[in-house]
Design a protein around this ligand. Sequence first.
Ligand code: NAG
Ligand code: NAG
Ligand code: NAG
Ligand code: NAG
Ligand code: NAG
Ligand code: NAG
Ligand code: NAG
Length: 567
Amino acid sequence: MFKSLSILGALAVVVGAEFTVIARRENPPTGFSRVGSSAADQTLNLRLALVQKNISGLQDTVYGVSTPGSSRYGQYLSKEEVEAYVAPTDDSVSQVNAWLASNNLTSSPMTSAGDWIAVNMSVSQANQLFAADFSTFQNEDTNQTVHRTLSYSVPRTLRASIKAVHPTTTFPVTLERKLSSSVANTTATTTKAAPLRASITPDCILSWTPACFQALYGIPSTPAAPAANVFAVAGFQNDFANLRDVQAFLQTFRPDLNPNPTVTLISVDDGINNQLPAGAGPITINMEIATALTNGVSVAYISTGSVDNDIFSEFLDEANFLVSSPNLPQTIVQPGTYRESLISPEIAESLCNSYAQLAARGVSYIMATGLWGAGGPGPLPNCVPFDAPFPASCPFVTAVGGTEWTTDDTAEAAWSPSGGGFSRIFSRPKYQDEVVPAYLSTIGATPSSPFNISGRGIPDLAAMNQATYIDQGVTRTDSSGTDNSATIFASMIALLTNERIAAGKPGLGFLNPLIYQNKGAFNDISAAIGESSACQRVFFNGTTGWDPVTGFGSPSYTKLQEVCNKL
Ligand SMILES: *[C@@H]1O[C@H](CO)[C@@H](O)[C@H](O)[C@H]1NC(C)=O
Ligand SMILES: *[C@@H]1O[C@H](CO)[C@@H](O)[C@H](O)[C@H]1NC(C)=O
Ligand SMILES: *[C@@H]1O[C@H](CO)[C@@H](O)[C@H](O)[C@H]1NC(C)=O
Ligand SMILES: *[C@@H]1O[C@H](CO)[C@@H](O)[C@H](O)[C@H]1NC(C)=O
Ligand SMILES: *[C@@H]1O[C@H](CO)[C@@H](O)[C@H](O)[C@H]1NC(C)=O
Ligand SMILES: *[C@@H]1O[C@H](CO)[C@@H](O)[C@H](O)[C@H]1NC(C)=O
Ligand SMILES: *[C@@H]1O[C@H](CO)[C@@H](O)[C@H](O)[C@H]1NC(C)=O
């Protein structure tokens, strides 16, 4: 059956009748070039996403348990209830296993539902089994090489059982996190000021400390009541939170707190939290913000170990570790992001479905939107205009963009590099059906606009991008990134969740239906005080109401608290 495939090699060859193409790219993403064929005996650690029994049923259920006013609001599912929706059918499992066995291969499950399986095989086997052409591609920025294929297929009889295979057409990049001044070009037109509404002190303009975030967004400093509530910061790529710096930060900026918070380590793929001074990574800043803003909430660090130099595999492993865990943090913040153009849509959907499983179980998953405005990754010549950030574009997570303080020091404005725009993979979710078309009509968007007018709009909200931090004992004020924004907002959600759990109520779960019902809980970042730059030439403008630069604007703790108290 597979013999005819030995003549396949070049992409242009049409796959024989027994095969169905799952994904195909014409070229590698901008910034990668093909060096040559991969060695036939090179081992590939492949992850197969099997087709889930009833993913649309799960997605409907997520909206039911997450939409205030719904009869099922707050009735989160158990791990087993979720698994009943996402497990593959017995037929799928036996057909895939029989196919692998006939090729002398075995698989091992990667989730307890069995919807993801791991299979190791050589490049020559993978080329045959998936009608692929695994090749070596080089990242032009880093010179790092990876084995990928521009196209892959499965036997037609297995298409109903196999949704996607990774790594195939998804290309790895360094996580988009912090602004590096050598590459960013922020020509923001931060001109018109909105009235000063927050009681921040002038010192905040120079140094954004926890006290500034508390003043700006009304975040309480009183201790949270004891509650079974965990707030987790997720780190990847051997990023380590240095606890000595966290301690110094608390001593300096929250002297009222216990300077030694217990940060529980949740280890994925043998991830550690290395405390050697040289091991301190940018996640330390997020951990400093998280512990300083959530007085009394249990904090955890989810450390995903390095996997094949592929951050995307790490995202998959982290999410699949969590869906297989009996106990979950109520709030998770993920600081880094990727771009949709680098990902195969099937794989993005599969990962997004894992986030949907977490949403069904009541997790608030909060994602940063990255750095490159409405395009990315990186500046010209390699950026792709209107390339949405992922996982922020997954409709089952909350996407947080960045704000800044205007140059005339009077108002919060959109931060020009903040990631945003419209997804080319995920269609607009129902909760955006009112506000996104309203925005699109204000800018006169049409189906021929260079972005996807039917895609999920990003972000949902925004918060301050700058933060003061301590690195190796030294106080610095130069951290810029939507990871800071996302961590500030996630800290607020962790506190609000704590209030609810301490009162015997369920946590807040997937937040977006609540957010879109309560735009009044956000400080609108209005017209003409910011823009989202992309590729230094195309951009979106902020407007009154939702926009793809700051979403509904920045959060107000007291207003969100009023909303939560009525639930
Ligand atoms: C899928 O889930 C939905 C929602 O729970 C349910 O109504 C539907 O019957 C399920 N479909 C199948 C085929 O099990
Ligand atoms: C599987 O292994 C058996 C025994 O080693 C061998 O005869 C057979 O050719 C192998 N089949 C494939 C598809 O590699
Ligand atoms: C695949 O190989 C890795 C080592 O590279 C090993 O840790 C893993 O257990 C193998 N998985 C399977 C399913 O054989
Ligand atoms: C990549 O390789 C080129 C050519 O050998 C070299 O000039 C460049 O410095 C390398 N870049 C990095 C980041 O190592
Ligand atoms: C930044 O972009 C502006 C407008 O595109 C351009 O005039 C300027 O030269 C750029 N600056 C840098 C440092 O690239
Ligand atoms: C727009 O998004 C939808 C999914 O929502 C997708 O099917 C479609 O291909 C996208 N269109 C463009 C032009 O990217
Ligand atoms: C944003 O505003 C600028 C300046 O007014 C305009 O040139 C640009 O087309 C606008 N962008 C969009 C996406 O409407």
